[in-house]
Design a protein around this ligand. Sequence first.
Ligand code: CP
Ligand code: NVA
Length: 301
Amino acid sequence: MNMNPRHFTSLLDLSSEEFRHIIHRGIELKNNRDPNYQPLKGRVLAMIFEKSSTRTRISFEAGMAHFGGSALFLSPRDTQLGRGESLRDSAKVISSMVDCIMLRTDKHETVTTFAQYSSVPVINGLTDLQHPCQLLADMQTYFEFRGDIRGKTVAWIGDGNNMCHSYLQAATLLDFTLHIASPAQYQPLPEYVSAAGKHVKFFDSGIAAAKNADLCVTDVWASMGQEEEQKQRELAFKDYQINAEIMNAANHDALFMHCLPAHRGEEVTSDVIDGPQSVIYPEAENRLHVQKALLEFLLSS
Ligand code: CP
Ligand code: NVA
């Protein structure tokens, strides 16, 4: 048992070099698929989902299967976690039986507390504050289509949410500039903004943020757990939609990304998300490849 496992609760658990290594390894695993390469034979990943998921669940489960291991889907409804068993006891017990734990949860603190008490690596599969696995996939996708993102400009137009926070951290680690246009009451948290320093610039319109952008990104206006705010958010965000006008303001070869699921006609128009600059499907598929690289990195060393 390793008492100092490497965790991935945040992108900041990686150095810039490690982040780039995982991206390149994701590309390599995608291009050279070898069913005989099974570095995680007999290893088990426990996946705790307090929120819904399509991509995260399937990519981790398929990734473990490809690598010769297996994955357990655990929902609070069916485990004692849902009946109030402490995070400390749960982390100690679960980590004594499996090789890695992935959590998707409301509170970011749940992931960091699990990591504190777990004897195996803990992976953040999305919290209210961050979605680091999605950034691994987004960055792999950018590298595949356009090469290294160092020195490039990314426009984040929409909610200053978990994805936006992870983009702020990626900007620092991979050395790109993040342009943000969000309504005043939906800005990213100040601690994430100040940590990004010179890598972030704010704009009061999507058009202004998109100028010089090599990549335009958005996300739903109401994240999981905010469904009741949908109507009020539709009003607040109506001028923050990524549409053809925004893409025309960006560089001519700019890409469009969205972590999915998407709401066409809200945060993005169909002509953009289903248009030639959109790379949403490779972006989603890359969750599989880059998380295999992450699992290999955390578990093989
Ligand atoms: N992008 C993403 O994390 O998708 P799921 O919610 O389907 O896992
Ligand atoms: N911001 C979204 C991302 C979903 C993958 C949410 O938290 O619901």
